[in-house]
Design a protein around this ligand. Structure first.
Ligand SMILES: O=C(O)CCC(=O)C(=O)O
Ligand SMILES: [Fe+2]
Length: 222
């Protein structure tokens, strides 16, 4: 396992790079299954989970948002591309979790304490879902993205900030893993090339598929 913070030199070119930190098994099984319970509530609405449409094509991933609603390629309070309802508020426990994530991945205390994520994209992947290489760049704040994974493992491709291609590193994100990307890695291209069905651990709360939660600071007001 490799663990380094944004202020530390990259350890090895095969590692994701400065600002990107993977912490395997960060969430306990109890925490994972509790979060899956919350996911089932969020998925029901007021804005039900849906596949966002990119240039007329539905994504294979289905997403429900908290705090701000993301649609290609903007954030709004109301899900104008779904049913017009206002999204659920961003939960306080997720702010605390995000701050702890930064503290425990080598971010400076001041960065961790001021981290106030105000949106979460909660993605559900079935066996065949994927996510193409992209940057998370609809946020105006440079604050890190905190990513939590539950359920089946995936191959997560973490690339460079210039383009979708090489160099990139293929990582395995498993149930309970924390991945943080900020600093020099904040605008790195990344995607999910495949799900590994049947790899969810007993007790994580999910029998099939994968949940990924990313918390972000939009930098928006209103
Ligand atoms: O599922 C993942 O691990 C990544 C999700 C992602 O990149 C996103 O929601 O923007
Ligand atoms: Fe992303």
């Amino acid at each position: 396992m490799m663990l380094f913070g944004p202020e530390i030199e990259p350890l090895d070119p095969s590692e994701p790079g400065p600002g990107a930190v993977l912490v395997p098994g960060w969430l306990t099984l109890d925490q994972q299954s509790w979060i899956v319970g919350r996911f089932r509530e969020w998925a029901g609405g007021p804005v039900p989970i849906r596949a966002a449409k990119v240039r007329g094509h539905e994504m294979s991933v289905r997403t429900v948002c908290l705090g701000w609603h993301w649609q290609p390629y903007k954030y709004t309070r109301e899900a104008t591309d779904v049913n017009g309802a206002r999204v659920l508020p961003f939960p306080d426990w997720m702010v605390r979790l995000g701050r702890r994530a930064l503290r425990e991945t080598g971010y400076r205390d001041t960065d961790a304490e001021t981290y106030t994520p105000d949106t979460a994209l909660v993605n559900y992947y079935d066996d065949t879902a994927r996510m193409g290489m992209h940057q998370d760049k609809d946020e105006r704040s440079p604050a890190p993205v905190v990513s939590l994974s539950i359920g089946d493992a995936c191959t997560f491709r973490f690339g460079n900030t210039e383009n979708r291609g090489k160099p990139y590193t293929d990582l395995r994100l498993r149930s309970g893993d924390l991945f943080v990307f900020g600093g020099a890695a904040r605008l790195a291209y990344h995607g999910v090339t495949r799900i590994h069905p049947g790899t969810a651990p007993d007790g994580c709360g999910l029998d099939r598929g994968r949940i990924n939660i990313t918390t972000r600071m939009t930098g928006l007001t209103g």
